[in-house]
Design a protein. Structure first.
Length: 172
């Protein structure tokens, strides 16, 4: 399992910090959550200030929005993406998910919302149980994962590797 040891070390450090300084840990986690919730609003204000009335932030794929700090760039009209470490992106992503729900930009209901939340929280664990929409793929060792993904016709994000349409059915 690739990065198993790094995942265990990160989770151990997370637990040590939470146990040693619970108030500071909660303040830090709360700050990450609020940052995730505020970035869509900040980007909306920046985009409207610099003449781009379209809310393009929500056109960024959700994996990218929740794993990077995306900041509107007034020069290019695009977004600067700053990658975050695993420990930060799980909590940051929960804030971004909450903002999307509250602003009506995402429309997850019931079990779908539960899966989105579980997907964010499971990123902290050494084995991401929700990787590729959950299932057995999280437990497949890395050296055989490409073969398992081909057999399941899904990559690590859960999207199909090959789509069968009428025009490509008989293609080799």
């Amino acid at each position: 399992y690739v990065f198993w040891n790094a995942g265990v070390q990160g989770l151990t450090n997370f637990g040590k910090i939470a146990k040693k300084n619970p108030k500071k840990f909660l303040a830090w986690a709360g700050t990450q959550f609020v940052a995730g919730a505020c970035m869509p609003l900040i980007n909306s204000v920046l985009a409207s200030m610099f003449g781009d009335d379209d809310d393009d932030y929500w056109n960024i794929p959700e994996y990218i929005r929740r794993n990077n700090v995306c900041i509107f760039d007034p020069v290019t009209g695009g977004y600067i993406k700053i990658p975050m470490p695993i420990e930060l992106r799980a909590i940051y992503g929960l804030g971004e998910l909450m903002a999307g729900q509250m602003l009506g930009k995402t429309d997850f209901k019931g079990m779908e919302l539960t899966q989105q939340v579980a997907g964010q929280v499971s990123q902290i664990l050494p084995i991401d149980m929700m990787e590729g929409d959950g299932g057995f793929m999280a437990f497949v060792p890395s050296y055989v994962k490409p073969i398992a993904e081909i057999l399941a016709n899904k990559d690590w994000t859960g999207t199909p590797l090959k789509k069968d349409y009428d025009y490509n059915k008989n293609m080799p």
